[in-house]
Design a protein around this ligand. Sequence first.
Ligand SMILES: N[C@@H](CCC(=O)N[C@@H](CS)C(=O)NCC(=O)O)C(=O)O
Length: 214
Amino acid sequence: MNPELVLWGVGTSRTIRPHWALHELKLSYTRKPILPRTGETETPEYTALNPRQKVPLLQDHTLVIGESAAIIAYLAKTYPNQAASLIPKDSETYAKWLEWCFFIVTELDSTSLYVMRRHGQIKGLSHIYGDAPGVVAQAAEYFRKQLKHVDAALSDGREYLLGEQFTTADILLTTCLTWAIDYQVAICDSATPYLDRVLNRPAYRDASAANKPG
Ligand SMILES: N[C@@H](CCC(=O)N[C@@H](CS)C(=O)NCC(=O)O)C(=O)O
């Protein structure tokens, strides 16, 4: 299938994920730089596409797909190229990839960082969802506890989360690590050289530019 890709959404740790995957896979796409909580996700045009009124969202011909982790997994499966496939081929590594992706999205993102975002004061949305300093402190502590599993994996010196291959799990992990740093949550030691490696990927730099509003 020839890609005809349109990506909606910029400006957040979630929206950069599909921009990054698209750049890794060297796919050209139309960028729709709408932002959350500006009313842009609530227009009739966008609501018809995504009744959940969230970004990011990808259109590929007639397919419409939301959820950042699902979008990048879809792109990886559908549009691998010789330089990058972003998804493991053999079934054992594929199973571990699935495990890491779900772990990162549920434990690091939704249960920890997003709770801090909703209820915290640092770049947070407590004016909408309520101020809850105790909950925010617990979420940060929980993030640090869950990060020990990442630390244990990266401490064996592997280049990427699944070994030698850079995958969408690295995109998810990196965006959670930079998000945590932004919230002044200390990350584990092994994540520092890891971040140096992944943040220097040309596709990441291009995606950061593409993820900027405007
Ligand atoms: N689990 C979803 C979360 C999407 C999400 O919450 N997006 C936020 C921006 S990061 C949004 O669109 N918020 C709009 C709103 O709440 O009005 C994903 O990873 O794509």
